[in-house]
Design a protein around this ligand. Structure first.
Ligand code: PEP
Ligand code: CO
Length: 456
């Protein structure tokens, strides 16, 4: 078999990608991007792979989160800082429940291209091509805005580079200092809300106070002042991905230089399609969304194709079935993994199977459905004796009103107040933190039952 080439996807059937009409403009952008530096390095991608391998064994837990779609308009240092901060707070709460390190991966610095359920959108009798993310076209409902423009890839690269630069500064420049992050109840304003989680909250606070008293602080301990934070996005726009793919001179392997981890969406995981062809050739850890239509046979083919050497941490399976549906779909996939002896990291995305239209006309997700899917996911793994390795959320550090429910009880009527997402509804800071507390409880219970099993 001949060596994989980064252009091989071009001869495979492609879906969900734009038809650029101006070939010369497209070629010029690709040529320019190919000369730009990669955003991430191979050593980082390898380290993330090791961490994800640990999550697959139950020795770490993945927290992956961020916007459904990053936007050019809403790009700001504050938004990046707030999401980063909430993720650190969530990680602290989850560490308490899982009693293992939490691997932090943002849906950031490249999460621009979106698959859509329909190629066109009709409003008041006017039909236009669908919006496909800021890297491709524009959200405005005009014919001009919806034409795919390859130059947007250059703006996406610039924004991704600036985002990553800030994330790297936050991770190592003192912002991640525990003593700053530990005001983790910040997302909750009201005493009562804090009370609800007081047991875990008090224990974490006690631990931090104890360590500080013992002299273990950011000043004395490197681990408390810096954090590893990785980036990820759906590898959907393959012209962009190919242009940023580089040969790693250390290993002689190809690196997708656009982000540490890239994933394949539920709509682009055809085993013989362009997206699987591209992702199979790069050394980065790969995510694969698994939905209600994923068959055991397809999963077996995909695992063999995407992780032929059965490397730990290489393949993360991101289950997204919808509340109440994991019991129907997840066991057949867990069984397929067992039959193949495949090494995978199982992660729950409780967002994408739970999108509904509110009575007020907004695309939303009820907090309770999100929580229920996480619990279903844990339940199946407990029954199968397999390992829930992490969670994947669409969330923001901003105080938006896009998902309903949570302790502050966002209602259908509230959705219009601060509904800012360019695509799917996100959990706000308070809902994200609340979910972290609830997932921590699940993890604690699971650990307790496993300990009992070992003892008994
Ligand atoms: C997404 O993660 O934003 C997404 C489109 O997910 P999925 O492919 O699972 O529908
Ligand atoms: Co989404």
């Amino acid at each position: 078999m001949s060596e994989w080439q980064k252009t091989d996807w071009r001869s495979k059937p492609r879906v969900q990608m734009p038809d650029y009409t101006n070939a010369a403009a497209l070629n010029a952008v690709e040529a320019q991007l190919s000369k730009y530096p990669p955003l991430v390095f191979a050593g980082e991608a390898r380290r993330l792979k090791q961490n994800l391998g640990a999550a697959g064994r139950g020795e770490a837990f993945l927290l992956q989160g961020g916007d459904c779609a990053e936007s050019f308009d809403q790009f700001s240092a504050d938004a990046i800082r707030d999401t980063f901060k909430v993720m650190l707070q969530m990680a602290m709460v989850l560490t308490y429940g899982a009693k293992v390190p939490v691997v932090k991966v943002g849906r950031m610095a490249g999460q621009f291209a979106k698959p859509r359920s329909a190629p066109t959108e009709t409003i008041d009798g006017v039909e236009l091509p669908s919006y496909r993310g800021d890297i491709i076209n524009e959200l405005d409902f005009t014919a001009a805005a919806r034409i795919p423009n390859p130059k947007k890839m250059l703006q996406a690269y610039t924004q991704a580079a600036a985002t990553l630069n800030l994330l790297r500064a936050f991770s190592t420049g003192g912002f991640a200092d525990m003593s700053r992050v530990h005001s983790w109840t910040l997302g909750f304003t009201d005493e009562q809300e804090v009370q609800k989680y007081s047991e875990i909250a008090t224990r974490i606070q006690d631990t931090i106070d104890f360590m500080a008293a013992a002299g273990i602080t950011a000043d004395t301990t490197h681990e408390f002042s810096t954090v590893d934070f990785y980036t990820s996005h759906e590898g959907l726009l393959l012209e962009y991905e190919e242009a940023l793919t580089r040969l790693d001179s250390t290993s002689g392997k190809w690196l997708a230089g656009s982000g540490h981890m890239i994933w394949i969406g539920d709509r682009t995981r055809q085993p013989d399609g362009a997206h699987v062809e591209f992702c199979r050739g790069v050394l980065n850890p790969i995510g694969l969304k698994c939905g209600p239509t994923t068959t055991a046979e397809d999963l077996k083919v995909l695992m063999a194709r995407l992780n032929p050497e059965n490397e730990e941490g290489k393949l993360t399976l991101i289950a997204r079935f919808g509340a109440g549906k994991a019991g129907e779909h997840l066991p057949r996939l867990v069984k397929a993994v067992k039959e193949e002896g495949a090494k995978v990291t199982w992660v729950c995305d409780p967002m994408h199977g739970n999108t509904i239209k509110s009575s007020t006309g907004y695309k939303t997700r009820p907090f309770d459905s999100v929580l229920r899917e996480v619990r279903d996911f844990f339940g199946v793994h407990k029954a199968e004796g397999t390992i829930p390795g992490g969670v994947h959320f669409e969330m923001t550090g901003q105080d938006v009103t896009e998902c309903t429910g949570g302790v502050r009880a966002v209602t259908d009527e509230d959705l219009s107040d601060r509904y800012h997402t360019a695509c799917d509804p996100r959990l706000n800071a308070s809902q994200s933190l609340e979910l972290a507390f609830l997932v921590a409880e699940e993890l604690s219970a699971l650990r307790a039952s496993q300990t009992t099993r070992q003892v008994g």
